[in-house]
Design a protein around this ligand. Sequence first.
Ligand code: HEM
Ligand SMILES: *[C@@H]1O[C@H](CO)[C@@H](O)[C@H](O)[C@H]1NC(C)=O
Ligand SMILES: *[C@@H]1O[C@H](CO)[C@@H](O)[C@H](O)[C@H]1NC(C)=O
Length: 318
Amino acid sequence: MVSPSTFQLHFFLILALATTVFSATLSPSYYEHVCPQALPTIKRVVEAAVNKERRMGASLLRLHFHDCFVQGCDASNLLDSTSTIDSEKNANPNNNSARGFEVIDQIKNEVDKICGCPVVSCADILAVAARDSVVALGGPAWNVHLGRRDSTTANRTLADNDIPAPTMDLPALINNFKNQGLDESDLVALSGGHTLGFAQCRFFRDRIHDETNIDDDFAEYLQENCPRTGGDGNLSPLDPTPARFDTGYFSNLLEEKGLLKSDQALLSGGSTDELVKTYSQNLDAFSADFTNSMTKMGNIKVLTGNQGQIRSNCRRVN
Ligand code: HEM
Ligand SMILES: *[C@@H]1O[C@H](CO)[C@@H](O)[C@H](O)[C@H]1NC(C)=O
Ligand SMILES: *[C@@H]1O[C@H](CO)[C@@H](O)[C@H](O)[C@H]1NC(C)=O
């Protein structure tokens, strides 16, 4: 005979199982049983790509950010244009700027091969590749929460509207992040992603020619490679050590050497000044907050359960 307590026990076991299977929350161990080789494979391909070109680590980190800020972390930014898809790759923040798509394709191919079938989503690949990139460039490791599924849509207008612009001032940046459920501390910590990588002249031209909250020698030096007209695509590093995850981005702001207007805005007499100063002299504090904010960003409007799909080609809907 089944006693009430046994019945209750079974009931709650089934409930627990159901919430594990259909849970709307992500888990670091999501692929442990279905494909234990998935994460090591992503790491291997990222390391090879970063060893070939250090900047690729920066580019892959940015791809995850540009995914999450546009209808959530659903790999919508990887979809190419079709008659029904208006690719986010053509949005202003991405056009001639977002890069690393070939590396994502390579990861997807190798992961699907080693897993035997497409079980790992493109959105999860972006999240893991971002983490592995940071680690490859000397940054902190963290457990990436997994189980995202891929969108069947993209939205170029949303990419134009929701990805923050380098011309934003502090109130605009705070508001932009707030719309994603991220606070001022997340804004400062995540902007620290600019400890890696480069920006094109067209994104910082007005700052180095017209603004006053910039170190004179620094502005003059940058103007050589970024004149008033021409040289739109010429690159300058976002901090003095663009291939190393360190506090250089923040200490640079203290010297008024932020490359983008949106960088220097974080140290402009506003509410974020103190955190910039803290991070400039405390790599552990920056690293801890960066990893927490990355996890928070990685949770934005994720698709789970039977929502969306697992794409077999990250550039196309199945
Ligand atoms: C706070 C608002 C932000 C603005 C306005 C902004 C803007 C930009 C711009 C204009 C570039 C240069 C792109 C180019 O020249 O092609 C850039 C590069 C980059 N951004 Fe941001 N960004 C922001 C936040 C973030 C966040 C949150 C992350 C990641 C956590 C991030 C990671 C990067 C990286 C790594 C690069 C270098 C990419 C490369 O070298 O390929 N950014 N960002
Ligand atoms: C993307 O950039 C290229 C080169 O700068 C330009 O010719 C093209 O019109 C841009 N595409 C869109 C959709 O704005
Ligand atoms: C894109 O997003 C905008 C703003 O949320 C919305 O009005 C529009 O319908 C969306 N377009 C597509 C194709 O989903």
